[in-house]
Design a protein around this ligand. Structure first.
Ligand code: PRX
Length: 657
């Protein structure tokens, strides 16, 4: 964090004024802030007018029963119609919606809005044939192929909430999500391409379906629909499995879209919290689509001829809001890429930007730091002059990465929008507006028009400029989560109970002397690894489920590349002895199996004891000192203050990835 303070930057580096050409032509002007502040509901009502509604709403916001918000009460709409049909109806059927790029070279598809409409209608009919009805949940576990977008929109069209599970998650993680939301159909693929080789997905689905059946839930998974992507051999269950191409291609391309209530559930996205079980964040239709489409248009200053590329995987909320719903509702042309940035060479992303003339590029600081490590000469070999705007999301962008990004990718001319938001907020909440707000490397700057953010102390008092505290949201916003799937109480406890009437985001933040916001990272037991949220407790539970493990404590330690890295301290059971020579690798594999490869600890230390207070609480702060190779802090509150010496003595023998 130290390098993010203003003091460490020279004056020239601190502030980039908005370019004059952008300012003149910006979608949103300075006046929007005041207008939104003077009548927030009228402002969001106007944003909602950008969508097509069946029935117009009677009331913009019903906040009579906080924290349960209702937006655009009485309104009806169809998200898929807003993302697809209305662009075709407006005469833009030939406009490219997706320049899809597969990982194997020359494996590309351009999909127009008319193509997308054809596919979405067929898929909606196919799902109906398979028994999917409005309100049924559908799980989607797919690689980054066009069918994943079609699948999401087909579900939205039917009013069947989808839950997309990141393809890198394990069978166990998929099963627990399917069980939690009661999905009866899973849409998947045989596999996808990653780092030059096909990787499998269907076997994990088979395993997950068996787990769901074994869990004793009332209704299991009735169908698995499989896209043939790689052609690899897969097991097949004739009673349950169908090929996507058999059912979708055979279905009619005509589909009458029903209108759904503005508050009809659109999707559930699971995310890590401070406890072991992931939370099912529920987003609904009208407010979510209003919030994502407006912010996509405003923050990225989207114009008709832009070519936009968000590199997020669709398995995360960024893929939902800023690859599917926001950009498609705005009729944008975008790039979608299946693979990794280094396949088959480290210039792949820049080659794609040059080929398609990408104008707006949105990625994560962890990727930027990786490119910095690979060297300036790699992007320099490609023509990136089409780019006019850069975006960043997932964690604070450290000033060094910001400046590198601007210079090497943005040709030292493009603004950078550092966007702060969360799975829960659904839409971008804090960001500069290009053409309006200056950029300061490391600061996400200001709450967007219509958004009320504050930084408060323990007593919920605003800290004021120049001070730090907790980031909170004071007023409801359209794309806010409505609840946690099936658990209203946990929704209240997690976000709304710390201070009356304030949404607690879980982040620390500081206001500088100009009142601009600097995010300081999580203040709870949630880690941020490569922009992905992981829960310490969830990884601890995974470790403890290994037969050789008695106890485990996990901390997020600072990491140059990934922001934070998972570091685990493990006590083995007596009967396991020293665990054997492969114990560390076994445990890492076990975590990957339980959760997914992204949760694998970078470092595992086998220790004889854990530092605990007299009441038995693990003092993670001290473990963090060890993981970050620092002098260990104050140990006086430990039940046994010699424990840290024991742990330190093991430090040299730990395994680091
Ligand atoms: O800690 C903040 C961090 O990511 C968390 C939200 O994670 P998730 O729900 O997975 O969504 C990630 C993509 C929106 C936040 O609580 N975060 C996200 N964006 C930023 C950020 N921290 C600092 N600056 C950002 N721009």
């Amino acid at each position: 964090m130290a390098d993010q303070t203003l003091e460490n930057l020279s004056t020239e580096e601190r502030r980039f004024e908005p370019p004059a050409d952008l300012a003149a032509d910006a979608n949103v002007k300075e006046e929007a802030y005041d207008r939104a502040a003077s009548d927030r509901e009228a402002f969001w009502g106007e944003a909602a007018e950008r969508l097509d509604w069946g029935q117009r709403w009677d009331q913009v916001l019903d906040w009579s029963n906080p924290p349960f918000a209702k937006w655009f009460v009485g309104g009806t709409l169809n998200a898929a119609v807003n993302c697809v049909d209305r662009h075709v109806d407006a005469g833009n059927g030939d406009k490219v919606a997706l320049h899809w790029v597969g990982e194997p070279e020359d494996d590309t598809r351009d999909i127009t809005y008319a193509d997308l409409m054809d596919q979405v209608c067929r898929a909606a009919n196919a799902l109906t044939e398979l028994g999917v009805q409005k309100g049924d949940r559908v799980a989607i576990y797919m690689p980054m192929i066009p069918e994943v977008v079609v699948a999401m929109l087909a579900c939205a069209r039917l009013g069947a909430p989808h839950t997309v599970v990141f393809g890198g998650f394990s069978a166990d993680a998929l099963a627990s999500r399917v069980i939690d939301c009661g999905a009866k159909v899973i849409l998947t693929a045989d596999g996808g391409y990653r780092r030059g080789a096909p990787s499998a997905l269907k076997p994990a689905v088979d395993e997950a379906v068996a787990k769901v059946a074994a869990s004793g839930v009332e209704s299991g998974v009735e169908h698995v629909v499989v896209v043939r992507r790689t052609g690899q051999d897969i097991a097949w269950d004739d009673t349950r499995d169908v090929w996507w191409h058999d059912v979708v291609d055979a279905a009619s391309a005509e589909h009458d879209a029903p209108m759904h209530d503005s508050e009809h559930p659109l999707y559930v996205m699971y995310t890590s919290g401070t406890t072991g079980t992931p939370k099912g964040i529920l987003h609904t239709t009208g407010g979510y689509l209003t919030g994502t489409s407006y912010t996509h248009w405003a923050v990225f200053d989207l114009k008709d001829d832009d070519v936009y590329w968000c590199t997020a995987d669709v398995g995360w909320v960024t893929g939902h809001s800023y690859m599917v719903y926001g950009p498609l509702a705005n009729g944008a042309t975008q790039v979608m890429y299946e693979g990794t940035p280094d396949a088959p060479h480290k210039g792949r992303w820049w080659e794609i930007i040059a080929k398609y003339g990408v104008t707006i590029f949105y990625t994560a600081p962890t990727a930027i730091r990786t490119f910095m490590k690979w060297g300036d000469d790699i992007p320099a070999q490609h023509d990136l002059s089409s780019i006019r705007l850069l975006g960043s999301v997932g964690e604070s962008i450290n000033p060094e990465a910001y400046i590198w990004y601007r210079k090497n990718i943005g040709g030292d001319r493009t603004p950078i929008v550092d966007t702060w938001w969360q799975t829960e907020t659904g839409q971008i909440m804090i960001s500069p507006l290009p053409g309006v707000t200056a950029g300061k490397p490391g600061s996400a700057m200001k709450a967007l028009p219509g958004i009320s953010i504050d930084v408060v102390n323990d007593e919920a008092e605003s800290v004021g400029n120049g001070n730090g505290g907790y980031l909170v949201i004071r007023e409801p916003w359209p794309a806010m989560l409505r609840t946690l799937w099936g658990d209203d109480q946990r929704f209240i406890d997690t976000y709304w109970s710390r201070w009356d009437g304030l949404y607690f985001a879980g982040d620390g933040a500081k206001l500088d002397n100009d009142g601009d916001i600097w995010l300081l990272g999580r203040v709870d037991d949630v880690m941020n690894v490569s922009g992905h949220r992981l829960s310490t407790t969830e990884i601890e539970s995974a470790l403890v489920s290994h037969p050789k493990v008695a106890e485990a404590a996990v901390v997020g330690a600072a990491d140059d590349m990934t922001g934070q890295a998972v570091c685990a301290f493990v006590i083995l059971r007596e009967a396991a002895g020293d665990g054997g020579p492969d114990i560390v690798e076994d445990l890492r594999k076990h975590v990957a199996k339980e959760i997914g490869a992204i949760a694998k600890p970078r470092q595992i230390m086998i220790v004889p004891e854990l530092p605990k207070t007299r009441s038995g609480k693990i003092m993670r702060r001290l473990l963090k000192d060890v993981a970050e190779h620092r002098e260990v802090g104050d140990v006086t509150t430990l039940a046994d203050s010699t424990v840290m010496d024991l742990i330190k003595s093991k430090e040299g023998s730990s395994s680091e990835d």
